[in-house]
Design a protein around this ligand. Structure first.
Ligand SMILES: C[S@@+](CC[C@H](N)C(=O)[O-])C[C@H]1O[C@@H](n2cnc3c(N)ncnc32)[C@H](O)[C@@H]1O
Length: 261
């Protein structure tokens, strides 16, 4: 089985918004938590590592650290570790991430990870992570087919996010990415036709989608309500805050909560 993030690290440049955070999202996360004390970044998202002064970036994929991490400095370090294995309490004044919480299954992966992260926050510390959500209103296959029929309705990264939402509504919030590729190949068997109609670059489509072929990754797409169900009971000021200024931003808000002083 192929490690998903090892493969993704090789074509990182193709991963645009909404899958990657815009500068506006990075600013919004930094403004929410402030740049003071020690900040834990879940993953090595370069914008987030760049936005804070004292950073520990934790990722379990060596190739992501090698290829995507901005590089260590006196005050910023990347560590190869699973987020569930970060030990201790009251260690971080802020915890941030982009799509990180979607990397574990809903509900128990998300609940257990958020409990762990809550413990890691210092009193008064805040978590702010952009989360990928599934809309409450139905996502129709017919809409996906229509969008893909003519340019320039939507970028490919936003469109494949909508495909994930469709699958999450069919299958439940936890979607194996191989199933994404299967659904894509089933409904759009001819990539020449798709690329010609949509205007999307065929080699980009193939590079992005075929990385799913032997991937072991599951991604979760909970609804807003399902996300809020995972927030630790002791957290305060828990809310889901909209982001703006990029395609499909309405399904990519920021989940935030605070540990009481
Ligand atoms: C932060 S997420 C999403 C990517 C993000 N949208 C971005 O722009 O950088 C991707 C990263 O999470 C890492 N990851 C996933 N699950 C993890 C876990 N349980 N522990 C540590 N790292 C994990 C993957 O190796 C990958 O580098």
């Amino acid at each position: 089985m192929m490690n998903h993030w090892k493969e993704r690290s090789k074509n990182w440049a193709l991963m645009g918004p909404p899958k990657r955070p815009t500068e506006g999202v990075i600013r919004q996360i930094r403004d929410l938590v402030g740049d003071h004390g020690q900040v834990l970044v879940l993953g090595v998202t370069p914008g987030l590592v760049g936005a804070f002064t004292n950073v520990l970036a934790v990722d379990r994929e060596p190739e992501m650290i090698a290829r995507v991490h901005l590089g260590d400095t006196d005050t910023k370090h990347a560590e190869l570790m699973d987020w569930f294995s970060i030990t201790g309490e009251n260690r971080f004044d802020a915890i941030v991430g982009d799509g990180s919480l979607n990397m574990v299954n809903w509900p128990y992966g998300a609940k257990i990870l958020m409990d762990r992260l809550f413990k890691l926050l210092t009193p008064g510390g805040r978590l702010a992570c952009r989360v990928f959500t599934c809309p409450d209103q139905p996502v129709m296959l017919e809409d996906l087919i229509e969008i893909a029929k003519r340019p320039p309705a939507m970028g490919f990264n936003a469109w494949r996010s909508k495909l994930s939402h469709f699958l999450a509504q069919e299958m439940g919030p936890n979607v194996p990415v191989r199933e994404m590729l299967r659904a894509f190949n089933y409904h759009w068997p001819n990539r020449d036709v798709l690329a010609a109609a949509s205007g999307w670059d065929q080699s980009d489509i193939s590079m992005i989608m075929d990385a799913y072929a032997n991937s072991d990754l599951w991604t979760s797409f909970p609804t807003r309500r399902q996300w809020m169900d995972c927030v630790p009971d002791a957290a305060i000021n828990a809310e889901i805050i909209p982001t703006a200024g990029y395609e499909l931003c309405e399904e990519f808000p920021i989940l935030t909560f605070t540990k009481e002083l």
